[in-house]
Design a protein. Structure first.
Length: 158
């Protein structure tokens, strides 16, 4: 990741995680990387999609099995496109999340605070980062998760 428009600052361990939604795919490996870039948020997301394409990622089914999934979780303390749109996607019911996708980039990722498979590795690289809308740190969001949100998530040793 140090070639081109990004520079790797830190990366978490790898975590083996049950596929979400449960039972719809094989276990996956998750990690979080902290990077530095001069790209705009949209340009960075396009760059990440280009990397996914190199690994034969196809966007055919929402939340379907995929070869690689690179998410842009946050970028400093930006809220995009604005707080109202962020809240709309954050509060969207789970069934609606399966059927709807935002037309543009929403930052921070509207469900990062609900996902143990994001927060566990994120706590390794940015435990004190504060969600610009919720006001909570990664560590505080992780501690607030119900125990079942962490079920089956395990660091891969090695």
């Amino acid at each position: 990741m140090n070639d081109g428009p990004t520079r790797l600052i830190a990366q978490s361990r790898l975590y083996l995680t049950p596929f979400i939604p449960a039972g719809t795919g094989p276990d996956v490996v998750n990690a979080v990387a902290l990077i530095e870039t001069r790209l705009t948020p949209v340009a960075l997301l396009q760059h990440l999609h280009g990397i996914e394409a190199e690994f034969d990622r196809r966007r055919e089914t929402r939340w379907g099995a995929r070869t690689l999934d690179l998410d842009l979780l946050s970028m400093d303390d930006l809220v995009l496109p604005d707080q109202r749109a962020f809240r709309r996607w954050q509060e969207l019911a789970p069934e609606a999340q399966k059927a709807q996708a935002p037309e543009g980039l929403v930052l921070p990722h509207p469900r990062l605070q609900d996902r143990g498979f994001v927060l566990m590795p994120a706590a390794e690289v940015a435990p004190d980062w504060r969600h610009p809308v919720l006001g909570l740190s990664i560590t505080e969001m992780l501690v607030a998760l119900p125990a079942e949100a962490l079920d089956g998530i395990a660091a891969i040793e090695g």
